[in-house]
Write a protein that binds this ligand. Structure first.
Ligand code: NAD
Ligand code: TDX
Length: 345
């Protein structure tokens, strides 16, 4: 039996939120989910298609809408906060929605959780810690202190996206300390899996190949991301909600470090192409070099373990999902690519 019977999931029609809602429906039969989602370009009702009405209700609205948020919060016993503007490249073009959603929206939710004394879990990213040197540039080839992010790492965000996520984390910490809010925070590495918007690296390249467009690699492709399957993120968030200590920060990662070039070559080979059949395009401004998560505290304190740690297999399943669900992404493909093309990417 779950301690939380009615959870309010913000951003539940986006990539990670929808996978979380699907995970709840599958694994927590006594939990009812209200999704609050604005359905921005990144949100999609279809991400929740097929879920039973007696388990999941979608409310379309903005997390910065105080009246709506307070109304929904009073009927919930926990808020799991996924909603965000989430794409670094977009934040370089127009930071404003990032300020409004990631900061003002988070503030609005925190005030509602404070008023009704509700458990709050804030979903954040490893990008708040900035970046790490590449392993090959470390003196002792990767072994040693400070090599991965820990909950004690210094905040050092690089982009408008990551700085607004860092700001939202700090708001949560202050609400815990000053108002006794029952909150936890998770900082997670790069997720992959179904329902990810095609502006993001892995789905963009898969859908490029299906569409006969050459994949696009930023810079030299040496940048490293620490990949975690989106379902392992879901189980991690639930473990923190139920077993995490109030006021604590938990890192979620699955030892999945890969550089972008390696990931792209694997996608190309899996899809029957030459592994060098791609283009180098303009690099991202301020492009973070490497992310890597040390999740040992989460594993030892909460007993959480990622299950889907075979990245090669997970990537194959993800490719298959985009091949099988072309109706889900085809209509947006030309517009996404023309936005990138206008920046030489
Ligand atoms: P996404 O962009 O796919 O989904 C975001 C969702 O939030 C969308 O459904 C969108 O409609 C909704 N939304 C945006 N603004 C809103 C608003 N003002 N009010 C209500 N809903 C709004 O993002 P994602 O990749 O699923 O990321 C979810 C969360 O996880 C974010 O907080 C992100 O920072 C964090 N995160 C993502 C990753 C990753 O690899 N994608 C890694 C670590 C952490
Ligand atoms: O076409 C591309 N070519 C390319 O080389 C795109 C879209 C990206 N890249 C590179 C940039 C990054 O090094 O691939 C890497 C991954 O890029 P994104 O998918 O944009 O993800 P990233 O910037 O790493 O951020 C993601 O993980 C952390 C999520 O989008 C964030 O929401 C999360 O906080």
């Amino acid at each position: 039996m779950s301690e939380y019977k009615h959870i309010l999931v913000t951003g539940g029609a986006g990539f990670i939120g929808a996978n979380f809602v699907r995970w709840i429906v599958e694994n927590k039969p006594d939990v009812f989910v209200t999704v609050l989602d604005k359905l921005t370009y990144a949100g999609n009702k279809a991400n929740l298609a097929g879920l039973p009405e007696n388990r999941v209700k979608l409310v379309v609205g903005d997390i910065a809408d105080k009246e709506l948020v307070f109304n929904l919060a009073k009927d919930a016993d926990a808020i799991i906060h996924y909603a965000a503007e989430s794409h670094n490249d977009n934040s370089l073009k127009d930071p404003e929605p990032f300020i409004m959603t990631n900061l003002v929206g988070t503030y609005t939710l925190l005030e509602a959780a404070r008023k009704y004394d509700i458990r709050f879990h804030h979903v954040s990213t490893d990008e708040v810690y900035g970046d790490l040197p590449l392993r090959e540039d470390l003196p002792e080839h990767g072994e040693g202190k400070g090599e991965k992010f820990t909950p004690e790492s210094k905040y050092n965000p690089s982009s408008p996206y990551s700085s607004t996520k860092a700001g939202s984390d700090l708001l949560v910490r202050a609400w815990v300390r000053s108002f006794g809010l029952k909150a936890t925070i998770s900082n997670t590495s790069n997720n992959y899996g179904p329902y990810q918007h095609i502006e993001k690296f892995i789905p963009r390249q898969i859908t490029n190949i299906i569409s006969g467009i050459k994949p696009k690699l930023y810079g030299d492709g040496k940048n490293v991301r620490d990949w975690i399957n989106v379902l392992d993120h879901a189980s991690g968030v639930w473990a923190i909600l139920e077993k995490g200590k109030i006021g604590e920060v938990y890192l979620l990662g699955a030892n999945g470090e890969k550089n972008n070039k390696e990931v792209l070559e694997t996608i190309l080979e899996d899809m029957g192409k030459d592994k060098d059949d791609y283009e180098h395009v303009n690099d991202r401004a301020g492009h973070d070099l490497r992310y890597a998560i040390d999740a040992s505290k989460t594993r030892s304190e909460l007993g959480w373990e990622p299950k889907y740690t075979n990245f090669a297999e997970g990537l194959k399943d993800t490719i298959q999902w985009y091949e099988d669900n072309q109706d889900w992404w085809q209509a947006e493909k030309a517009e996404v690519e023309s936005k990138y093309a206008s920046k030489g990417q």
